[in-house]
Design a protein around this ligand. Structure first.
Ligand SMILES: Cc1cc2nc3c(=O)[nH]c(=O)nc-3n(C[C@H](O)[C@H](O)[C@H](O)COP(=O)(O)OP(=O)(O)OC[C@H]3O[C@@H](n4cnc5c(N)ncnc54)[C@H](O)[C@@H]3O)c2cc1C
Ligand code: FES
Length: 333
């Protein structure tokens, strides 16, 4: 799971403050991903060397291409750098696609709620479901005003191509004010039995999740667009120490055993030993590193992502797990 080099081959202005970057791997090869996943890009900075930021793929896997769509954040560094500086020909380092904001099946009926740049993973999911699956989709897309709507034309074309399977409802703050919990509860009622995907600014996601709660919706997926604070591209060094547990790890059909220093997270142990364990943020915020403890006990230093039910099933974040018991068995299968 090392960084890949991507070359920018196209830059498209989507709105006044959002651009799409078409990317290809260098050397040329197909990059596998699932609809709704994201890339983590290394953006150069004279101040800190670089900053790492995640961007959801707006392209769909069956299109055989990679595209991210970046919206300027007022006062933000990386988004403005990309919007101002990305030009065809330049290269950028990325971590492989990651994330679990992706439908288990493209044949399931979906309800998608997006606001602003939260449309990017939704477009990938929509294109995939409509072209590769049989599920029906409803998208409710909130924006400040008509000029802020990203992918307006693409959404129009998809609706025209799939009139029986796709409903797109636009919510404009300039016309309807911000959506409230009671209004959303009424609006979502016809689709309350669907799997729900939500992505947008935190206040938007809060009202959607509360409305979904009122409707008893239990298959709810949320993608938080936050900036990483650490550097997931940094080299890993671990100390040699006698105060170590023993961990047995099953990954890609291979089982290995390592000493696991008690003050070191599992992901660092694996990467330092050359095990290609998956990861992205390395700060407990994205779930790319999820694995399952099948024997023994670990402690998570931070967890922004796993729900109680996941933890009860033994799922843990390798980037945040330190050992509690002397022996631990972990599987990525
Ligand atoms: C899973 C995921 C998917 C996402 N998908 C998308 C997407 O599809 N589209 C999208 O637009 N966004 C997406 N985001 C959000 C994106 O990752 C960023 O959070 C967003 O672009 C804002 O980043 P920013 O650096 O512009 O702003 P901020 O993070 O607000 O920038 C301010 C920060 O930059 C630092 N800074 C300021 N100047 C410098 C400098 N010169 N050098 C170094 N640091 C500096 C400051 O200290 C401050 O911490 C996603 C996030 C996640 C987690
Ligand atoms: S790598 Fe993101 S949660 Fe572990």
């Amino acid at each position: 799971m090392s960084a890949v080099t991507l070359r920018v081959v196209g830059v498209t202005a989507e709105t006044q403050d959002a651009v799409s970057l078409e990317l290809v791997a260098e050397p040329a090869r197909q990059v596998q991903y699932r609809p709704g996943q994201f890339l983590t890009l290394r953006i150069p900075s004279a101040q800190t060397g670089s900053v790492a930021r995640s961007y959801s793929l707006s392209s769909a896997p069956h299109e055989g291409r990679l595209e991210v769509t970046v919206k300027r954040t007022a006062g933000g560094y990386a988004s403005n750098w990309l919007c101002d500086n990305a030009t065809p020909g330049m290269t950028i380092d990325s971590l492989p696609p990651a994330g679990i904001f992706t439908p288990d099946s493209l044949d399931t009926d979906l309800l998608l709620l997006a606001a602003g740049s939260g449309i990017t993973p939704m477009l990938s999911i929509l294109k995939s479901a409509l072209s590769q699956g049989t599920g029906r989709c409803t998208l409710i897309y909130a924006n400040r005003d008509e000029n802020s709507v990203i992918f307006a034309d693409a959404l129009k074309s998809l609706t025209a191509e799939h009139p029986d399977r796709l409903v797109v409802l636009h919510w404009l703050e300039s016309v309807q004010n911000l959506p409230s919990v009671p209004t959303l509860t009424t609006l979502l009622t016809p689709w309350h039995d669907r799997e729900l995907f939500v992505c947008g600014p935190a206040p938007f996601m809060d009202v959607v999740v509360t409305a979904a709660d009122h409707l008893g919706m239990d298959r709810v997926h949320v993608e938080k667009f936050v900036s990483l604070s650490g550097d997931p591209f940094a080299e890993i060094e671990i100390e040699d120490t006698d105060d170590a547990a023993l961990v047995e790890v099953e990954l890609d059909g291979t089982t290995n055993e390592f000493g696991w220093p008690r003050n070191t997270v599992l992901l660092d142990v694996l990467l330092a030993r050359g095990v290609p364990a998956p990861y992205s943020c390395r700060e407990g915020a994205c779930s790319a590193c999820v694995c399952r403890v099948v024997d023994g006990e670990v402690k998570l230093l931070r967890n922004e992502i796993l729900e109680r039910a996941d933890l009860a099933d033994g799922y843990v974040l390798a980037c945040q797990a330190v050992p509690v018991t002397d022996t631990v068995r972990v599987t990525y299968e």
